[in-house]
Design a protein around this ligand. Structure first.
Ligand SMILES: Cc1cc2nc3c(=O)[nH]c(=O)nc-3n(C[C@H](O)[C@H](O)[C@H](O)COP(=O)(O)O)c2cc1C
Length: 138
């Protein structure tokens, strides 16, 4: 039976909402990265946002310390522009010793006048559908 973890790092709550939608669909718990990832898992869905074009420092620290405990890291990001944080996670993968999946989910997340109303119910459903599709079933 494969093991799946869902973690989020959030500044304004969107990543938590998305993580909870994913976790509910997969029947696991969504936890803040502050909880760490000490046990080995097959897949880690890491829900995060983009801030001034960068990753949150707490997320970087988590990626460099705990992400290697997952056989595969799957990026789930939101940003006001809709741009993904995947290339930033990819840059840290070697140093962090983790494997980043080719598969990713991204959606808009409201910030000031950009991405208004997102993530909305459709985004949350799409995130859960994505997770269900890529979650290992073995
Ligand atoms: C301080 C701050 C800086 C942001 N900078 C960017 C940015 O450079 N590019 C972008 O597309 N979105 C930016 N955003 C929007 C966030 O990436 C978006 O709202 C995301 O959904 C936030 O996730 P969170 O609610 O989990 O923190 C920024 C948001 C905040 C709060």
């Amino acid at each position: 039976m494969s093991t799946i973890a869902v973690r989020y790092c959030t500044q304004t709550g969107h990543s938590k909402q998305i993580a909870e939608a994913i976790a509910q669909r997969l029947g696991v718990q969504a936890l803040d990265i502050a909880e760490g990832l000490k046990d080995r898992v097959d897949q880690l869905f890491i829900c995060n946002g983009m801030y001034a074009g960068m990753l949150d420092k707490r997320l970087k620290d988590f990626l460099l310390s705990d992400a290697k405990n997952a056989q595969e890291v799957i990026n789930v990001s939101s940003s006001a522009t809709g741009l993904s944080t995947r290339n930033k996670l990819a840059k840290l993968a070697q140093e962090g010793g983790y494997t980043l999946s080719e598969k990713e989910f991204r959606c808009k997340g409201a910030f000031h006048f950009l991405g208004k109303g997102h993530p909305d119910q459709d985004d949350l459903k799409a995130a859960a559908d994505f997770a269900q599709l890529v979650a290992r079933k073995d």
